[in-house]
Design a protein around this ligand. Structure first.
Ligand SMILES: *Cc1c(COP(=O)(O)O)cnc(C)c1O
Length: 429
């Protein structure tokens, strides 16, 4: 058995150690030695096996192809960044002028470019700040505007966003008291008005972004709540800055501010298509109160987020918007092209119609017609292990193309072919 030091002297592993760090390379060597010890590979092949077993990156986070048909998949990192945003992140990942004015040599306003881009994209907002995510935006608003007093909200909007994250619990954790008004299915402006008093911090409206109630329902519109004698904060969830005709029921920041809200909070990595961030837009005075609160310092974002957000706002249409607007005929063509290529290699595949959704990020109940490559269910695991995640439906694996950028079709094809080998080997074995 070759000694670890001797294997590490292999120049390929030396180069890798500079890129990945010695610990990760050594771990690959140890794994290769174990395989040799168990007789799986000859001792002479240890260095080659270690090279083959090196991780691609010094992180265990790995890129994934999202073929689930869910545009915003929280478990898969929500919105993929646009090429412009990725470049911007890479460009400022060293030192950058995040809080330094190169013209004067003095300290500069942190994240000014991103905030200017945000205000330009949403002129209805007098001012804006950016925090870590929408949950942080709500915490900051609750702390700065309610400060242990009451937040008035509808019983129909006491929502759970996912994985046990409940907005009422988050708000209560700040020390604010929740003043519930109305009922699960019906709440009117009069219900809110009756609850206001000296203990009111603000009125909060929350968009139920992952469910819909139907039937005998009523909710108070933003325009009805704006005249009430209390600040009005609206959590729109998805981060649409302007109205999106394809998603008629999804609230947008411009519309909500025009209707009279003081503050809007939203996520940066849902329908806006940018990095994880919490956007807070609205009246100058309300935004100033949040920016001046000591908690803001704990929730602010870093240069990578600022760069990605600004490039998302100023750059070309991000992948989420493209996926949303992609026409189904184009998706079918892509599915048919993939099926033709894969069939030529002898695979039993079909191009089928499919139904995509926006996902937990918004627009519950909206079905987006889509197209998919359908494979036998046995492909699910080998593809997942090769970082392509599809959707099982009636025993078949669908690779829905709506959330897959067209530039990833070639990767998808190569990966299916590689998985076909594994499927065939398992059937033989
Ligand atoms: C997603 C969502 C949140 C949480 O946003 P994060 O950016 O994930 O913290 C809060 N409110 C609503 C209505 C949402 O849809």
């Amino acid at each position: 058995m070759p000694r670890t030091d001797a294997v590490l002297a292999d120049p390929r592993l030396g180069t890798a150690a500079e890129r990945l760090g010695r610990a990760l390379v050594k771990a690959a060597v140890v794994r290769a030695q174990e395989r040799a010890r168990s007789g799986e590979i000859p001792p002479a092949a240890v260095a080659d096996a270690a090279v083959a077993g090196l991780p691609e990156h010094a992180t265990t986070l790995r890129p994934v192809v999202n073929a689930t048909g869910v545009l915003l998949h929280t478990n898969l990192g929500r919105a993929p960044l646009s090429p412009a945003a990725r470049e911007a992140v890479a460009a400022v990942s060293g030192c950058a002028d995040v809080e330094y004015d190169l013209a004067t040599g003095r300290r500069g306003a942190r994240g000014r470019g991103a905030l200017e881009a945000l205000r330009a994209a949403c002129p209805a907002a007098e001012d804006a700040i950016v925090v870590n995510n929408n949950a942080a935006a709500l915490v900051l608003a609750a702390t700065a505007l309610a400060g242990g007093r009451e937040i008035v909200l509808s019983r129909g909007e006491m929502v759970e966003i996912g994985d046990g994250f409940r907005i009422p619990e988050l708000l209560a954790a700040t020390g604010a008291r929740l003043r519930e008004v109305g009922t699960t299915n019906r709440t009117t402006a009069a219900d809110y008005a009756a609850a206001l008093g000296p203990e009111t911090g603000f009125v909060l409206k929350v968009h139920p972004s992952n469910f819909r109630i139907e039937g005998f329902t009523a909710e108070a519109a933003v325009a009805e709540l704006a005249p009430l004698d209390a600040p009005l904060v609206v959590d729109i969830g998805s981060g649409l800055l302007a109205h999106e005709p394809l998603l008629p029921d999804e609230p947008d920041a411009a519309g909500v501010l025009a209707a009279g809200a003081d503050l809007v909070t939203a996520s940066g990595d849902k329908l806006l298509g940018g990095p994880q961030a919490g956007l807070i837009l609205g009246r100058a005075e309300a935004v100033r109160r949040l920016r001046r609160h000591p908690l803001y310092r704990a929730l602010r974002v870093d240069k990578l987020t600022l760069a990605a957000l600004e490039a998302t706002l100023r750059g070309p249409e991000p992948p989420v918007a493209r996926a949303l607007h992609a026409d189904v005929a184009g998706l079918r063509e892509r599915a048919e092209r993939l099926v033709k290529e894969l069939s030529a290699h002898g695979l039993a595949v079909d191009a089928v119609d499919s139904e995509a959704t926006v996902g937990g990020g918004g627009a519950p109940g909206v079905v987006l017609p889509s197209a998919a490559v359908a494979l036998p269910g046995g492909y699910e695991r080998p593809l997942r292990e090769r970082r392509v995640v599809g959707r099982l439906e009636h025993g078949r694996l669908l690779l829905d193309l709506r959330a897959v950028p067209p530039a990833e079709d070639a990767l998808l094809e190569r990966t299916v072919l590689a998985a076909a080998g594994a499927v065939a080997a398992r059937e033989e074995g």
